[in-house]
Design a protein around this ligand. Sequence first.
Ligand code: NAI
Length: 302
Amino acid sequence: MDKINYDGKVAIVTGGGQGIGRMYALELAGRGAKVVVNDLGVARDGTGTDTSAADKVVDEIISAGGKAVANYDSVATMDGGKNIVKTAMDTYDKVDILINNAGIIRDKSFMKMTEEEWDSVVNVHLKGAFCVTQPAVKVMKENNYGRIVFTASTSGLYGNFGQTNYGAAKMGLIGIMNSLKLEVSKYNIKINTVAPTAWSRMTADVFPPEFEAKLNAQFNEPMVLYLCAEENTASGHVFTMGAGWYGRTAIVSGDGICIGNAKRSISVEEIKENFKKISDVENKREHDSALGMFEYMGPLLS
Ligand code: NAI
């Protein structure tokens, strides 16, 4: 197998100071990329700041002979996002790869959740991806090249008790990806989303202790690095992974049923009568864009 390398590529890893992001930063640098290690150095709930998180990973990369620079901005503001990209431009003059990985949690059951707990989580994960990705895409478009990864979660894809804020923010990233992939496809920019699973400080009190080694964060790294490689041509996909299992997760629609003739009104009783067929996803299909829905409505619209 030809070895995949990132020679000459410039990569930004947000939240690269520890956990899964650290794995991405180290391996990208080990395979030739120049890496901007962004990390605000916050606690798991987003409080505090500490520049040593990013510095330690940069030191590790440099002592192993690689190239890296630290950035300590928050992803959650436009100024922060612009400055992260500016760090890449000032130091290495371009951005080829962006891994949006920074994250926090503020778990609380929905009825007890405060506005502050909602906003802080949505700001880091969802707004943060906008704040960093927009200036990065500007540069990528100019160079006609880019590989972007968003980090979602099975908590958003499927749900997890106490994580309505986190789950909503994570699913929002898939919404950004679905439209952005269409807007940038002609510039050779590929965007994908991953839902990782890893033992980290974020999950240390969630998983049983015996999973610590088996859920090593490293197992997430090769999938994300592949998505960031020139060899990858996939775009607009979601990949779920953990412990060495990798699979694609897709949003699908069932065949459904056409009721009426697009002229007469339709009653709630007709929905009740056809609910089984409406709910059926046995014969499922994926769609590249919202226009896919017209395939189903075709007989009614023609
Ligand atoms: P972690 O807590 O070990 O690392 C997250 C890093 O992001 C920290 O170093 C933190 O300082 C940094 N960060 C937080 N807010 C920031 C901000 N505003 N600006 C810049 N940096 C900031 O977490 P872990 O487990 O490595 O998670 C990485 C990503 O993967 C997160 O987006 C998380 O939500 C996601 N994820 C993790 C899962 C897991 O099983 N560990 C499961 C699903 C998703």
